[in-house]
Design a protein around this ligand. Sequence first.
Ligand code: ZN
Length: 447
Amino acid sequence: MAFITKTHQEEALAALQDLVAIPSVLDESQAKPGQPFGPECLRALEHTLALCESLGLRTFKDPEGYYGYAEVGQGEELFGILCHLDVVPAVGQTGWKTEPFTPVVTDETIIGRGTQDDKGPTIAALYGVKALLDAKVTFNQRVRFIFGTDEENLWRCINRYNEKEEMITAGFVPDSKFPLTFAEKGLLQVYFEGPGSDQLALQAGGSLNVVPDHAEYQGSEAAAVASELKKLGYDFQQQGEGIAVAGKSVHSKLAPQGVNAISRLAEALVNTGEFANPILEIVGNVIKEDATGESLVGLFTDEVSGSMTLNVANITITPESSRVGLDIRYPVTLEKETLVKALGEVCAEYGVTYREHDYIAPLYVPLDSELIVTLLGTYRELTGDMTEPFVNGGATFARAMNNCVAFGAMFVDTPDYLHQANEQWPLASLYQVMEIYAETIYRICCK
Ligand SMILES: [Zn+2]
């Protein structure tokens, strides 16, 4: 049955305009107790909770201002809808034809920062529930909207929620694409740290998320390094006294599709036989050009999410110390402990130290689970779109909770404005998504 009326559409559109008008960008310069992410993130949270209250939901605001939630229904089970109210900056971003925080509604679309990510989808889900309330359905489980305000940065909001609040039994995140993303590799970012070197000074690479496309050697062995690079068939340029190796930069999760300049340079450096350093040895003699991690810890792969990826993201060698930063994305069925143990064994073998930098658990909900069968079935029935569910569809809050997947709210053919100028969402999509969410929540929580 159709739950969404014209009135719901109009109210949702008005509510979305109000929310987009709040420039809820992280502002740590104005952080203080109760307002950890600045005044506008807090205002977006308080505004949304007041809206939920007015729609008939019970609300709770974290006294420290990290998160809030709004709930309806009763029962043991808690169905979560995980949203975020913060947005990426827009002021100063070139290309905007309108004011990013002054929403503009045309016949076809609504334009403004947050209309796609994630205020539009949040409002769509909220008014889906409002429509169910108006239809006087009975909720057999509680439906809880969880509102984060630090998603675009460090997830301090949802992490705090997880420390303090009730876990959901199942849920979805309206912050990606339809049909849904059910599997996402785990993320492990680590440093190996070792002794310094008097013969070799090296500094290359940057962010752990990026395959480095440039690495330079400066020193007395430039001719030998050049000759080894030639033998290996790797591109390089002579720059005065130095050697510059070029690579191809891609996101770390696509590491095998890039060309890692650090790995190539390290391999040539090792091959000269002039430099003895365990960090260099690990990169240039063990990992080399292998971006799957197989040469380092063995082959880890599974049918659901494919092979592990490994990116040698940065390296520093000074007289005092050496270190390499690795970004690893590992298959969903692999236990983190197994991987950490294997990495630890390599470190022990080479006499270097293992240090964990960041970790995000994999996301995996089997396709034959009740949650996915219902979400996918409802979506397909209402749209006729038979697109297969995604693996690695982008990191969302779904990874912060068990039995939770990313479900919408962009259609396969929705123009992608994620984090871009002139962010906008077609009104037809907004209204259709309200219906999809209403029907989905009805089937899961009201039957
Ligand atoms: Zn988002």
